[in-house]
Write a protein of this length. Sequence first.
Length: 374
Amino acid sequence: MTTKPAAKPACANFSSGPCAKIPGWTPDLLDTRVLGRSHRSSLGKARLKLAIELTREVLEVPASHLIGIVPASDTGAVEMAMWSLLGERPVDMLAWESFGEGWVSDVVKQLKLSHARKMIAPYGELPDLASVNFDHDVVFTWNGTTSGVRVPDASWIPDDRKGLTICDATSAAFAQNLDFAKLDVVTFSWQKVLGGEGAHGVIVLSPRAVSRLESYSPPWPLPKIFRMTSGGKLIAGIFEGETINTPSMLCVEDYIAALNWAKGIGGLKGLMARADANAAVVQRWIDQWPYAHNLARLEATRSNTSVCLTLDADEAVPKQMVKLLEAEKAAFDIGSYRDAPPGLRIWCGATVETSDLEALMPWLDWAYVQATAS
């Protein structure tokens, strides 16, 4: 298509984090009673506890698992888990994109665990999941935000494992079916699939993870914001709304508003259906053109949130497309991650309207023609 499309997405925000706000978002959705109040006041703790309860309901977290709001986004939650739990036994570190490789680096170079086994796959692929040793602890991302590659399910994780499974699920939570029976630690942040504001993370602990916390003390010092136990016992208040540090109550209210929206569209099933429909729009466009390819090689491993694609063109072409689309206000922030292969990354999570993605596709055609002609 050489003619510039007439229609544009109503919302051109396709960033993979922070992601698009919920449809119809306005500051009027936020309950402001707690602003200017202490997060440790009865009202503050009640709102934080409500956020935890709604998370459990929408994400379908079993009653056996604990949910805590923690500092520093998903990164803080993952680091909290690794620094608090690893070291008791060997660990298999799985990675197939940049954030997973970051966790590998931290375990090898910062925690300096000599018994860490690195299992790293190139962008577009998964490691050999059948070769994971579940006598070890296992750390992995469910959905590779920067590669668009996800595990298809949790069937590769045995019920009788001896080690813990620590799962970074930040771009999977609220869009993909997390099997909590197979996951001992799950982490995510608000600014992904529910379009919340940044800086806060969530950590979900199974009874096995709690048992490890209460029976094992790592040999390294733990910063205060990582400590989940005191005197060998879990600090239960963390999982009831008594946060380790001061959260932004404005962000908490924004998260609550997003969770209520999620409930209103059918909860987890509704969220997953929206993300699936969105990803299908992009995949249909990819299938239409021989020069476009989903970075995830196998269909079963293709993300329905962070859809990554490559183009049969010079690496300058996708960069030029990003500039053209931003100048036209047709799409913002869709360039591939800096460490990923050159291409595009289009967020298809539940807060994005399918109609906006449908409106974007002709703009991709136009931008490709313009970029390859220049």
